[in-house]
Design a protein around this ligand. Structure first.
Ligand SMILES: O=C(O)[C@H](O)[C@@H](O)[C@H](O)[C@H](O)COP(=O)(O)O
Length: 242
């Protein structure tokens, strides 16, 4: 069952998530020596990353023990403003003590197919045979209900085997590289961060409507063993009935 955290506005949601995440990371690192963290792209996480890169989190989190991954990537050069890895470096990774060898970007200087295959190999090296995959997966949700690069009507929504894949997205005239539901649904903890009235109607369907993953791909995120959290603001929550 998803745990839903509602705050007044986008800043408060990000502050609440930063605080919650700081405690969660500390708890996990009290039991083991690495924390695997999937970063999200899009615009919503920027404020969260900025908060994490500043005090107290810049000093309280053991950044050197965190291994970073991405949920998806647009197959554009790193320097392109649409590149998810660049946003995370600019807002967070260039500001905290993460180790370069622990940061695993989805390469965009090779074909999307090669990038996905290389990512699959890295993920298998980290998690093959493990009880769960990532310690934490941060996800966004588009106004259309997509998450990662699982867009409505795409076959990748139903991928059952690959942990990372790629495909051409005609609507954006670009290739995308993305994690798939299987590897995310085996994570220890998944948290959506979604804000704004533009997501309200979609969020109502995702959380309260029938299971229609081709229309609302975010519905396929259902951790089998792990926790599922939604960090949302009042505007995004405005159509919820529960
Ligand atoms: O590459 C991407 O676009 C993201 O990974 C994507 O899944 C994002 O999380 C949603 O599109 C929400 O984006 P916003 O946060 O900008 O609404």
């Amino acid at each position: 069952m998803a745990q839903i955290h509602i705050a007044e506005d986008a800043r408060q949601v990000s502050e609440d998530l930063a605080k919650w995440l700081g405690s969660y990371i500390e708890e996990v690192l009290s039991k083991k020596d690495r924390f695997t963290f999937v970063l999200s792209g899009g615009s919503t996480p920027k404020l969260l990353y900025t908060l994490l890169a500043a005090k107290p989190y810049s000093e309280s989190i053991s950044w050197e023990k965190i291994h970073f991954f991405w949920g998806d990537e647009r197959a554009v050069p790193f320097e392109d403003s649409r590149n998810n890895a660049k946003m995370a470096y600019d807002e967070l990774l260039d500001k905290v003590g993460a180790k370069a060898e622990n940061i695993h970007v989805m390469q965009t200087d090779v074909s999307a197919e090669e990038s996905a295959a290389a990512y699959e190999k890295i993920l298998k090296q980290y998690f093959d045979g493990e009880e769960t995959t990532f310690d934490f997966v941060l996800l966004g949700m588009g106004d259309d209900g997509h998450t990662l690069s699982l867009f409505p009507g795409t076959s990748v929504i139903h991928e059952k085997d690959a942990w990372a894949t790629s495909f051409f997205l005609p609507a954006q005239d670009m290739y995308r590289i993305t994690l798939t539901a299987p590897v995310v649904n085996h994570a220890a903890c998944v948290a959506f961060l979604a804000v704004g009235s533009g997501k309200a109607e979609t969020l109502k369907h995702v959380l309260e409507g029938e299971f229609q993953p081709d229309t609302y791909p975010s519905q396929v995120i259902k951790p089998s063993k792990g926790e599922l959290h939604w960090f949302i603001d009042e505007a995004a929550a405005s159509a919820l009935t529960a």
